[in-house]
Design a protein around this ligand. Structure first.
Ligand code: NAP
Length: 309
């Protein structure tokens, strides 16, 4: 299989960058893969396990000569990284990011990039609750969506080339407006994560009353929440701070629905609860039919999937 890029520079060497590196290696999609991470520890690990061909101490050195630069750091760090690399980018290079929020990243990154560099914001809807240079794997993006939110005037050839790369990872691609992306993700990912964090927090308080029962008799629903709530704290702090408006909008709607269900329980309105749960069950069926999860009784816990940003 022929390479799509000559040199790919990965800025940030965690779950997503590590999975991209492995997928590119496996399929020979880049002639050279180089990388940079903030801490000496992560850089040493990446070098030790051969995650990329060369590890650089600075992001500026890593992007020199690269025809594709991938920003794979927490969304709150994207602007500073863009400012640092901007003077060192090759004319004609493509810069993409994998951040879970798009409007804030576009606002933070785009102003720094020189003319002649193609900025194509992206977001793979794939992940696990693990992080760091050892956590990635080549099949992470298989059959997952990779959303792109190109801005007006984006070079169609640069976009096609980048889409070609991620399709070779096994991903499905779609383009959408950044604001629309942020609202959709607030519904499908960000607010559910916040609810999981809250539920685990509630159980943690309760644990002090019931000793170890919460852990001991932890049922499937709660276990799924704890897995999601084990996701990287830095990444998720940044997601909520950077997608504030959409998350607050969805959280407001969620609270209203919760009050309606609370009232139905208080009033003994079984019909309301039954109808509501029947509607939600149909949504679950739709997700399975769309191939985005498995109907296995373990909720696909043995496979990567939910937990993505
Ligand atoms: P990760 O495993 O925690 O890795 C993050 C990497 O970014 C690390 O190499 C870290 O370096 C580096 N980094 C952190 N702060 C930095 C800074 N201020 N300057 C430079 N480098 C910095 O994270 P990840 O899961 O790969 O997430 C990366 C991006 O992908 C995030 O924007 C996230 O929103 C997005 N994303 C994540 C998922 C998911 O489920 N995890 C899914 C889709 C998209 P050190 O190790 O040296 O600190």
């Amino acid at each position: 299989m022929s390479a799509i890029y000559d040199r790919v520079a990965l800025i940030g060497l965690g779950l997503i960058a590590g999975s991209m590196a492995r997928a590119m290696r496996e399929k020979g999609l880049a002639r050279e893969i180089v990388g940079h991470a903030r801490s000496a520890e992560t850089r040493a690990t990446a070098a030790e396990i051969g995650l990329v061909d060369r590890v650089f101490e600075t992001a500026a050195e890593a992007v020199a000569g690269a025809d594709l630069v991938v920003l794979a750091v927490p969304v709150g760090a994207m602007g500073d990284v863009a400012a640092e690399i901007a003077p060192h980018l090759e004319p004609g290079a493509t810069v993409t990011d994998v951040g879970s929020v798009k409007q804030a990243v576009v606002q933070a990154v785009a102003p720094h990039l020189p003319d002649g560099v193609h900025f194509i914001p992206g977001h793979p809807l794939a992940g696990t609750e693990h992080s760091g240079p050892r956590s990635g794997f080549a099949s992470l993006f298989q059959n997952r969506w990779w959303l792109f939110t190109p801005t007006e005037g984006c070079d169609p050839l640069a976009l096609e080339r980048l889409q070609d790369l991620v399709r070779r990872f096994g991903a499905k691609t779609e383009r959408m407006d950044a604001a629309h992306h942020d609202l959709v993700l607030a519904v499908t990912s960000h607010t559910p994560h916040l609810i999981a964090y809250t539920m685990v927090g509630v159980a943690d308080h309760l644990k002090r009353v019931t000793e170890s029962e919460v852990v001991e008799y932890s049922a499937a629903g709660f276990r799924d929440f704890t897995r999601i709530a084990a996701s990287d704290p830095t990444m998720w702090r940044d997601v909520f701070l950077q997608n504030k408006d959409a998350v607050l909008d969805i959280l407001g709607r969620f609270t209203e629905e919760l009050f309606v269900l609370q009232r139905a329980i208080r009033m003994g309105d079984g019909q309301h609860l039954f109808d509501y749960f029947t509607r939600t069950r149909a949504i679950r069926r739709g997700i399975i039919e769309a191939g985005q999860d498995t109907a296995a009784p373990d909720f696909g816990r043995s496979q990567p999937g939910p937990g993505e940003g």
